[in-house]
Design a protein around this ligand. Structure first.
Ligand code: BGC
Length: 309
């Protein structure tokens, strides 16, 4: 049976698996990406993941056709180079990651933007299946996305677009990691939520037994803890306004939201839907449903592998 190695590189971890044409996963796992160390260290981790999968495939007599890799940043897909824009990975600029991996692994490698491949995974096997006009967004450390028009991903000329997280949302706002001011990502990502909550907690002399992360804030929100309610409402407002802009632009059948926080429950989608309804033009939004991604954190590696399969 034929498989592809699917790898999703993130700021914290590398998710990997062998993926079949039907989208079934084998030997799924996760390694730290060491993105805060160096590009060389990240490549070492990618090679480690791919080697483990290749060895397992050999043991089980499975054919591996190649490696599909999703990475944050703008990817020149024809020259297979990560040009930049992956601020969460140290030195991840002008990296010919595909050639480096090919040399180490002796397998063909295809590389693409992580969010774009998550979107592809959702279109093939998840919440986008059966739809032609879809906006996919992933909300995590960063915000990324892709838009499908007539069933095809639109990535801008020479694949340089679809940085949906870097739409300027707030005039005179704070500076985003990309260097611009007031980006959607800087205000509506999970890291923005954590940053804002931590700042208010400090100001208000609040302390917690566990690490401040999205999960804790969502839990406190459900307990009606005022600072959590305030921060989540801000999060809904910023993200909802960003999505309203995409709805006015693309009038999609579905907006599919991925990333851990979007899976935190129906309350999350209901709040986003409300803000979108209040901010989008009704005639543009009339055919749009806002739903959660259904492949969870596997969408990226499945989409990446599908490039090979
Ligand atoms: C990057 C995108 C990436 C997204 C999700 C953003 O900060 O600019 O290229 O797709 O994060 O990882």
């Amino acid at each position: 049976m034929e498989y592809a190695i699917g790898i999703d590189l993130g700021g914290t971890s590398i998710k990997y698996a062998l993926v079949s044409k039907a989208g079934d996963l084998l030997f799924e796992g996760r390694l730290p990406s060491f993105a805060n160390v160096s590009a060389a260290k990240v490549i070492e981790q990618l090679t480690k993941a791919a080697t483990m999968l290749k060895d397992e495939a050999i043991k089980q007599n499975l054919t591996v056709l190649g490696i599909g890799l999703g990475t944050p940043g703008i990817v020149d897909e024809s020259n297979r180079i990560v040009l930049g824009g992956a601020e969460n990975i140290v030195g991840w600029e002008n990296i010919d990651v595909a050639s480096l991996l090919e040399k180490q692994m002796n397998l063909p490698v295809v590389v693409g933007n992580d969010a774009s491949l998550m979107g592809l995974g959702e279109m093939k096997y998840g919440s986008g299946r059966g739809y032609t006009h879809v906006v996919f967004l992933t909300v995590g450390t960063g915000i990324g996305g892709v838009v499908f028009i007539d069933g095809k991903p639109f990535n801008g000329y020479a694949n340089r677009g679809m940085e949906l997280g870097h739409v300027p949302l707030i005039a005179n706002g704070e500076r985003c990691a990309c260097g611009a001011v007031g980006c959607l990502e800087h205000y509506a990502s999970t890291s923005a939520l954590v940053r804002r909550f931590s700042a208010l907690a400090k100001e208000r002399h609040l302390s917690f037994d566990s690490e401040i992360n999205g999960e804790l804030i969502v839990r406190l929100y459900h307990e009606n803890f005022p600072t959590a309610v305030e921060c989540m409402n801000e999060h809904f407002y910023y993200l909802g306004r960003g999505i309203a802009g995409f709805v006015n632009m693309f009038s999609p059948q579905r907006v599919v939201i991925g990333g851990g926080i979007a899976e935190s429950g129906t309350f999350y989608l209901e709040n986003i839907r409300k803000v979108v309804r209040e901010n989008a033009i009704a005639d543009c939004a009339v055919n749009t449903e806002i739903v959660a991604a259904s492949l969870g954190n596997k969408a990226g590696l499945i989409g990446a592998a599908s490039l090979i399969l």
